[in-house]
Design a protein around this ligand. Structure first.
Ligand code: CAA
Length: 256
């Protein structure tokens, strides 16, 4: 259980493998995910990557709330920075990364999918940034990357309401490129990755880097503010109430 890395020819498949926890990422699994992408980057035998979740319910249901519930501000800053490092590794390795979103992509899961170059969804995919209901803002890049993908208005609606966006809406708003039946998703992602892998690796990686430059303004400055605001909520009443409510399986009540 953890992070699986398999290679099909020139395509690597990275699978977050903790299906009983809907592939939620604690520090250990996020660090393993980071190491996996850092290992893939310099491997010239890999020309394209697919990231997905084990099981049939979730891509990644977010950062591990049970671990976060006990973080102090220093711990929360480190946790935000860890998520940022995973996302930056996905964005900066030379190989394109396709997210095969096979169920819940919530909070940190949605945020890591946003760092991928291409998102394909299964019909049961569900995206959301539900952090505000837990007493925190998004902390793994959602405030900076979601507006770049769906535009600021829709990003604001998703982040401020926390509402869930299903696959058909995700397709309509440009959050995903295509929607497939769950049993077709990985094969379709594999076919796309294999097509990428046939092209010049230098031209592909240069194109990936250049597409990243299309939106002027590096996300680093915003990410720094995001990590600060995320950590600032820890130890406060709203973060304690929001996460306790999740763990106790009851609705949160925020005094504000
Ligand atoms: N953290 C920790 N555990 C999680 C989890 C998460 N994000 N998501 C699911 N799990 C665990 C559940 O606690 C449960 O474990 P137990 O069996 O030990 O109780 C197991 O996964 C199965 O989940 P449920 O029983 O809750 O399954 P469900 O079908 O009833 O509900 C769900 C599914 C709607 C996705 C629900 O699990 C849920 O709401 N999960 C939390 C989603 C969320 O809020 N994610 C964002 C986290 S915040 C974040 O990511 C911050 C950031 O920006 C970095």
């Amino acid at each position: 259980m953890g992070i699986d890395l398999k290679q099909h020819g020139a395509v690597a498949i990275v699978t977050v493998n903790q299906p009983d926890k809907l592939n939620a990422l604690n520090t250990k699994r996020a660090e393993a995910l980071l190491e996996t992408f850092l290992k893939i980057g310099p491997d010239r035998s890999i020309r394209a990557v697919i990231m997905t979740g084990a099981g049939d319910r979730a891509f990644i249901a977010g950062a591990d709330i049970k671990q976060m519930a006990n973080l102090d501000r220093a711990g929360a800053t480190a946790f935000a920075r860890l998520g940022h490092s995973v996302a930056r590794a996905i964005e900066t390795i030379p190989q394109p990364v396709i997210a095969a979103v096979n169920g819940f992509a919530l909070g940190g899961g949605c945020e890591l999918s946003l760092a991928c170059d291409i998102r394909l969804a299964a019909t049961n995919a569900v995206f959301a940034q539900p952090e505000v209901g837990l007493g925190i803002p998004p902390g793994w890049g959602g405030t900076q990357r979601l507006p770049r993908v769906v535009g600021p208005g829709l990003a604001a609606e998703m982040i401020l309401t926390g509402r869930r966006v299903k696959a058909d809406e995700a397709l309509r708003i440009g959050l995903v490129n295509a929607v497939h039946e769950p049993d077709q998703l990985l094969d379709t992602a594999l076919a796309m990755a294999q097509q990428i892998a046939k092209n010049s690796p230098q031209a592909v990686s240069a194109s990936k880097r250049l597409i990243g430059l299309a939106f002027a303004g590096h996300p680093a400055a915003g990410l720094s503010s995001e990590a600060h605001a995320f950590a600032a909520q820890f130890g406060g009443a709203d973060q304690r109430e929001g996460m306790a409510a999740f763990i106790e399986k009851r609705p949160a009540e925020f005094a504000g």
